[in-house]
Design a protein around this ligand. Structure first.
Ligand SMILES: [Zn+2]
Length: 387
């Protein structure tokens, strides 16, 4: 009745949550919260979200018009066309390392386009002998359309791996140890919609059974404990699980690709924002998997290295225990069905000051710290998979 939109993916009793309320409902919503029967304390973080979006848009365009170079700006958010052109540029600049990777087409017929980084070197086992097979990682961003920092961070990381290969010994070693499948923008249609229509759109853009309610939550649409707790069967909900598992063509195609590579992929990271959390399965139950300690130790390695860069604090643990129950999620499917041991959902900056509207001046710091976390995680994983 207040048309509120939940920003937090964070719902636990006695913990604060972030909600967006339309201007016409602010007074009545505030009255509701302070009713004697409710007595819910609240603070206003952003008094006028529309004004912040508009100011960021003006600043973004101003900086673009002032920069007289065609170089890709790593400290800016980019449209899908710019991101796909950047992938082409990486392929052209680093032909020895990069190949383009198109997983398929989206609902609105856009390319689901990423790239693969692979050096010609064989991987080395921990005892120094050559490994017989090279393991791979899969990292994706932008599964939720409005979480712009996740594609920007993935792009930063991809460039860091490529530009420092052959220069930095740690990075060179890790690029030789693993193949990297990198998909900067998973939910391409939703991402375009956040640039053209609604900056705060989350879901895909497929038609549903309800007129004027579009899209499913791509992080509730995977075929593993699909649409159980922490998902909605209401097409108008932001947590809509879809008409059936893998109803969303983007999810079905990525799942098919991952399944085809299940013998080599050892690490799947589904990047989100915001909340600053590094999480492992399960999301569908508060029970911990048998390999929880192995997985959570990886999270700890990652966040210790991450925090060391800019003192950004992260939480870790299972999805269900760190955020809340969510079924049909990416990380659960990647572990439960594709058997990828080191499967994570990562919530990047911030903790709610700007939320989805993280300013562009935080892109590089977020990239730097997340990259440090990933290097530490890979150093941990290689000890296990190349033992
Ligand atoms: Zn998300």
């Amino acid at each position: 009745m207040y048309d509120i939109n939940f920003w937090s993916e964070h719902f636990s009793i006695h913990e604060p949550i972030d909600v967006r309320v339309p201007p016409q409902a602010i007074d009545s919503f505030a009255d509701f919260l302070t009713l004697d029967s409710a007595k819910i304390e609240y603070v206003v973080h952003m008094a006028d979200i529309g004004a912040i979006i508009e100011r960021q848009r003006v600043l973004h365009n101003l900086h673009r018009s002032l920069s007289n170079t065609n170089d890709f700006a790593y400290n800016k958010y980019h449209t899908i066309e710019e991101i796909h052109a950047w992938i082409d540029q990486m392929v052209a600049t680093y032909p020895e390392l990069v190949t383009p990777l198109t997983i398929g087409k989206s609902y609105e017929n856009r390319n689901i386009k990423g790239f693969k980084i692979s050096s010609k070197k064989m991987a080395t086992k921990i005892d120094g002998t050559k490994a017989t097979t090279k393991k791979a990682v899969w990292w994706d961003g932008g599964i939720h359309a409005r979480e712009w920092i996740s594609p920007a961070t993935i792009i930063y990381i991809g460039y860091a791996l490529l530009s420092k290969y052959g220069q930095n010994p740690t990075i060179t070693h890790l690029v030789d140890q693993f193949d990297y499948y990198i998909l900067p923008v998973f939910n391409v249609d939703g991402y375009v919609y956040t640039w053209t229509e609604d900056r705060l759109w989350r879901k895909t853009r497929s038609k549903t059974s309800v007129p004027f309610c579009y899209g499913a939550d791509p992080n509730r649409n995977w075929d593993y404990h699909w649409c159980e707790r922490g998902a909605s069967s209401d097409p108008c909900s932001d947590l809509f699980c879809g008409e059936k598992a893998f109803s969303e063509i983007e999810i079905a195609q990525v799942a098919k690709f991952i399944a085809s590579q299940r013998d080599t992929i050892v690490n799947y990271i589904n990047f989100h924002a915001y909340s600053q959390m590094w999480m492992s399965p399960w999301g569908y139950t508060t029970m911990r998997p048998a390999q929880f300690k192995l997985q959570d130790d990886g999270s700890i390695q990652a966040i210790n290295a991450l925090t060391a860069v800019h003192s950004t604090k992260y939480l870790h643990g299972t999805i269900a225990q760190t955020i809340y129950l969510s079924s049909g999620s990416t990380a659960d499917w990647a572990y439960g069905i594709a058997n990828i041991t080191f499967s994570y959902g990562v919530e990047l900056r911030d903790t709610g000051e700007y939320g989805f509207l993280l300013p562009e001046d935080q892109i590089i710091p977020t990239g730097e710290e997340t990259f440090a976390g990933l290097l530490a995680l890979l150093q941990y994983i290689e000890k296990y998979v190349y033992a």
